[in-house]
Design a protein around this ligand. Structure first.
Ligand code: 1CP
Length: 362
């Protein structure tokens, strides 16, 4: 898209032309040649870092997401410490729900808890679209971060409609998503409207982040791996596609990730992603076959491997790099197969970043 067209459509050039444009991470997202395989970690900011635990002391999780200076500092902590190739914006998937008026809290040791779950047609009225004015603190925090990060890209993110729906319908974290699936199977029209409204909220949240300057976005559909492909295609994919379509014209890479999604990888790519995140259960060469050509892959070291001795971590990391050769010369972003967990040794993560960089020099 030319500069003129970008201006005409009111979209921001910085996302495409910013200082991070030629970073290894963004080049890999675009499947361009890279000097080394870029690496970052899902949940790299947070409870594995002593400096995070210290700065968060006494501040509730959701409140911390609304303080731009604090968000900036927490987002930068893992970048300084680990020398990762990208920062991920410190926030949470339930922030946009809170912003449109849902009574949600993040309880320590539990996760998001919804005071009044969404289960009927009347409940849906509480889910209105998100406007930029609902989240001024997001715009401000991203502005601060982009100025500070320079050529290091900042990844924005949101929860995908299915994963958000699971919290809203269950009322909190759940293992089997039974009420959620009962609505999906038993009240398909109500379900379709629920995920459609969530797609609008999610798209609104991602647009705010892109307009503010993030250079890539990741849609977390963390729990969608609980679905069979036909149910995903019929009941979830249209809403996720709506989200990806809504931000397509900005030209920033769109990453799509879920856990246990081996059987869904092809469909998740088709939903509109440029990069498909893979958990540790499917080797990358097989994931490349399932996703098909034209997409980059992100992943996929088993997070639990970080608890093993260094020599094992390095052997397993080498296997991931080797398996990624099937994607081609470029188009691989090294990550864990899911997020960093609280007990992980931060030094092991820093060593892993250096190892990936050293062992993927082109
Ligand atoms: O007090 C605390 O520190 C609470 C722990 C915590 C943190 C650090 C929560 C509660 N959220 C976050 C931040 C967060 N959440 C980030 C920060 C940026 C980074 O990655 O470094 C991100 C990307 C998320 C996204 C998120 N929140 C997801 C998708 C990612 C994933 O891990 O699958 C999900 C499912 C949530 C919900 C959530 N928020 C918090 C918890 C403990 C959970 C999971 C609860 C459950 O198991 O259902």
């Amino acid at each position: 898209m030319s500069e003129t067209t970008a201006a005409q459509t009111g979209q921001q050039a910085p996302a495409r032309r910013g200082a991070a444009y030629d970073s290894a991470f963004l080049r890999a997202c675009r499947r361009e040649p890279v000097p080394h395989t870029p690496v970052w970690f899902m949940r790299q900011a947070g409870r594995s870092l002593p400096e995070y635990l210290k700065i968060r002391e006494g501040i509730p999780m959701l409140e911390s997401c609304m303080r731009p200076e604090l968000v900036k500092e927490i987002t930068l902590q893992p970048v300084r410490r680990h020398k990762v190739d990208a920062a991920i914006f410190f926030s949470d998937i339930v922030v946009p729900l809170k912003a449109v008026g849902i009574d949600v809290d993040i309880k320590p040791g539990i996760g998001p808890v919804i005071a009044d779950p969404i289960r009927t047609r009347e409940d849906l009225q509480r889910l209105r679209p998100l406007e930029p004015d609902d989240v001024p603190y997001i715009t401000e925090a991203i502005g601060l971060l982009v100025a500070e990060l320079g050529s290091t890209p900042l990844i924005g993110f949101a929860g995908a409609p299915y994963t958000l729906a699971s919290y809203l319908v269950e009322g909190g974290p759940s293992k089997n998503h039974e009420r959620t699936k009962a609505m999906m199977y038993g009240e398909p029209e109500l379900w379709a409207e629920l995920v459609d409204r969530l797609a609008d909220i999610t798209a609104g949240f991602l647009k705010v982040q892109i307009e503010a300057g993030v250079s890539a976005v990741q849609l977390f559909d963390s729990w969608v791996g609980s679905l069979a492909p036909d149910d995903y295609r019929r009941s979830v994919m249209p809403a996720s596609t709506k989200v990806f379509d809504a931000v397509a014209s900005y030209g920033v890479p769109r990453i799509h990730f879920g856990v246990g999604t081996g059987e869904l990888l092809g469909l998740m790519g088709q939903a509109g992603a440029d990069v498909v995140g893979v958990d540790w259960r499917v080797p990358l060469h097989e994931a490349a076959r399932r996703v098909g050509p034209g997409k980059a892959l992100q992943g996929n070291l088993d997070p639990a491997v970080l608890f093993a001795p260094t020599s094992v971590i390095e052997t397993k990391a080498r296997e991931v790099l080797h398996s990624a050769c099937a994607i081609g010369e470029s188009g691989h972003i090294f990550n864990l197969g899911h997020g960093v967990t609280p007990g992980m040794d931060p030094d092991a993560l820093s060593r892993l970043v250096a190892f990936v960089h050293e062992n993927s020099q082109r």
